[in-house]
Design a protein around this ligand. Structure first.
Ligand code: SF4
Ligand code: SF4
Length: 305
């Protein structure tokens, strides 16, 4: 029996040895270590929604500006689920947020993957279990000398020391969305382009998502009380977590947000129109190609005579 998994860093082809919270590892990283910043000099850091909130706040930017300035688009698995990675320097694979000789310029707000390293995070859901589980594994890379340090620490202590528990708690429903997408299955199917666009906005571009949630169109479809809506004006974390619930509802039918009467049917009608329009367009395109093919065939037949 296989498990459904997603992991950070994403996309590892191997299922590594999984560690529990009380498993001890021997590791220590500190400013004077010989490999200081070696990891940041060859970085490939995929960001979670809470990472982006912390980083854009640290840098005094909107999420839209941050995405443009500091990230590149990526996918987190073989199914085209959008993700974003931190940009590297123009001339090297070093992280754009690293300052040579000094270290991380956003250390207090560094992303989940940086906090965890060299520990990896793996979210899993066993086929017969309702709830997903978090497991961990150790990544061993030659440049990282922290493994040689005699310092025993449990995974739970390490997560606490690195301040990553808060990150995992805030992102938990987001990991559930990815797990559901990865596990697929006939009842879920693949997400449409429109859903993937919504996933990108609600996951990574919280300031744009805010405009969507505060819009009249949103108010016409959902019954969310005025105080909650008001809190979204300033509270990025509440907003992004609301976005996770909205995605679980829209993509997978996990209903937790009250919809206005008829909103679902209205949306379906709108989608039906879009789908029919698309089908018609595809048919036209196909017909166009087919007509061209037939004309080509007729020409060939003519030349043969
Ligand atoms: S964000 Fe900071 S810790 Fe993470 S790779 Fe960049 S410089 Fe290193
Ligand atoms: S010990 Fe590992 S994590 Fe720490 S600076 Fe060196 S390479 Fe990076």
């Amino acid at each position: 029996m296989t498990d459904d998994i997603n992991e950070l860093p994403f996309g590892s082809p191997l299922v590594p040895e999984l560690l529990d919270q009380d498993t001890k590892i021997s590791f220590k990283c500190y400013p004077g270590i010989s490999c200081f910043n070696a990891c940041c000099k060859q970085s490939s850091i995929q960001l979670t929604p809470y990472d982006i909130i912390r980083l854009k706040t640290n840098l005094g930017m909107t999420s839209t500006e941050f995405l443009k300035e500091y990230t590149v688009p990526d996918t987190m698995d073989g199914h085209g689920m959008p993700s974003v990675k931190l940009k590297t320097m123009d001339e090297s694979p070093a992280c754009k947020l690293m300052v040579e000789g000094e270290g991380c310029s956003v250390y207090e707000d560094r992303p989940t993957a940086c906090r965890y390293y060299p520990v990896g995070l793996m979210n899993m859901k066993k086929k017969d279990e309702k709830e997903d589980e978090q497991h961990h594994f150790v990544v061993r890379e030659g440049h990282c000398k922290g493994h040689d340090e005699k310092n025993e620490i449990t995974i739970a202590e390490y997560r606490k020391q690195q301040g990553v528990v808060e990150y995992d708690d805030i992102n938990r429903d987001w990991y559930r969305i990815i797990l559901k997408k990865r596990s697929g299955g006939p009842s879920i199917g693949s997400l449409s382009d429109m859903s993937l666009q919504m996933f990108f906005m609600a996951s990574y571009d919280v300031d744009r998502f805010r405009r969507f949630v505060l819009s009249e169109g949103f108010a016409n479809n959902y019954n969310v009380d005025a105080d909650t809506i008001k809190s979204f004006e300033n509270d990025d974390v509440a907003l992004v977590q609301f976005g996770f619930k909205l995605m679980l509802q829209v993509f997978y039918g996990d209903k937790s947000i009250d919809e206005k009467d008829g909103a679902y049917n209205k949306r379906m009608e709108e989608r039906k129109e879009i789908l029919e329009f698309r089908k018609e367009a595809e048919l036209k395109e196909w017909k166009g190609k087919n007509d061209a093919y037939e004309i080509e065939q007729e020409k060939v037949e003519e030349e043969k005579k």
